[in-house]
Design a protein around this ligand. Structure first.
Ligand SMILES: NC(=O)c1ccc[n+]([C@@H]2O[C@H](COP(=O)([O-])OP(=O)(O)OC[C@H]3O[C@@H](n4cnc5c(N)ncnc54)[C@H](OP(=O)(O)O)[C@@H]3O)[C@@H](O)[C@H]2O)c1
Length: 265
């Protein structure tokens, strides 16, 4: 009698070929660069067809799409400002038009502007809240009509909502709001078997944090000094956590926020 082994060659090959997101369709907002670009590539590598959204960097989004399609995946670049209802709707419509369904929404688009209390302005407040909070609500509202049992929404929050660093009142407030929205929507969409979770990165080396001057700054050094794993995050560190939450591996997890930051608290 031939002995059966859990990880014999046939079983292992079968498992390797079973991409976790095969047949699924994902929208990643703000995927022209940084964390969003890595998330789009990671979801595509697991078999998802991906709408790669951008606001201004069309060529960045097209580069991400080219990387995915040249590796045999499916992706399309779609412009749209998440803070405008019609454009948020257009991003979601592109998923339906191109791929016929929607299973995964990653609300990644975000801007950060740090300033001390005396530097807070009405314009800054409305700009950052419109993109980081209203944008998530508008995009999720448009997506929810198409999402069904087993769908997953992942909000990219930030470790700042736990750390509350100085000079970040507006930005940190947006991410605190996002934590709250994740909890609310997990309850609201739970009856439809749609999961909603937050992935809250610690400091990550991206185009955004580089141009904001965070990378290489004393702020970064201070954060790394209190990070148990002792380094700055890389975009792949965040993308793999998001891909887990998008997959069936996380089927019993909703309403959670996870800090993905090398132990930074
Ligand atoms: N990097 C970090 O250390 C860190 C830490 C914690 C949390 N986060 C969060 O992670 C997310 C991504 O950060 P990142 O560092 O990767 O940022 P990034 O490099 O600055 O990229 C931001 C992305 O958001 C898009 N975007 C900006 N405004 C938009 C709008 N109105 N509509 C649609 N897309 C818009 C940009 O598109 P265009 O380029 O096309 O304009 C770009 O693709 C943000 O939500 C951020 O708050 C980042």
């Amino acid at each position: 009698m031939q002995s059966q082994h859990l990880y014999d060659t046939g079983t292992l090959e079968k498992e390797i070929n079973m991409s976790k997101l095969k047949g699924k369709v994902a929208v990643v907002t703000g995927a022209s660069k940084g964390i969003g670009a890595a998330i789009a590539k990671s979801l595509a590598a697991e078999g998802a067809s991906v709408v790669v959204n951008y606001a201004s960097s069309k060529s960045g989004a097209e580069t991400v799409v080219a990387a995915i399609t040249s590796a045999g995946g499916k992706a399309v670049a779609v412009g749209g400002d998440v803070s405008k209802a019609a454009e948020a709707q257009g991003i979601i419509d592109a998923a339906i038009k191109n791929y016929g369904r929607l299973d995964i929404l990653v609300n990644n688009s975000g801007v950060y502007e740090f300033s001390p209390l005396e530097g807070v302005t009405e314009d800054q407040f409305h700009k950052v809240f419109n993109i980081n909070v209203l944008g998530v609500l508008l995009t999720t509202q448009a997506a929810a009509k198409h999402l069904g049992e087993g769908a997953s929404i992942i909000n990219i929050g930030s470790g700042v909502s736990s750390l509350t660093p100085p000079n970040s009142a507006v930005y940190t407030a947006t991410k605190g709001a996002l934590d709250a929205i994740t909890g609310v929507l997990a309850k609201e969409l739970g009856p439809k078997k749609i999961r909603v979770n937050s992935v809250n990165p610690g400091i990550v080396d991206t185009e955004g944090t580089q141009s904001a001057g965070f990378i290489g700054s004393d702020f970064e050094k201070g954060l790394v000094a209190i990070t148990p794993l002792g380094r700055v995050g890389q975009v792949d560190d965040i993308a793999s956590a998001v891909t887990f939450f998008a997959s069936e591996d996380a089927k019993w997890i909703t309403g959670e926020r996870v800090i993905v930051g090398g132990g930074l608290r």
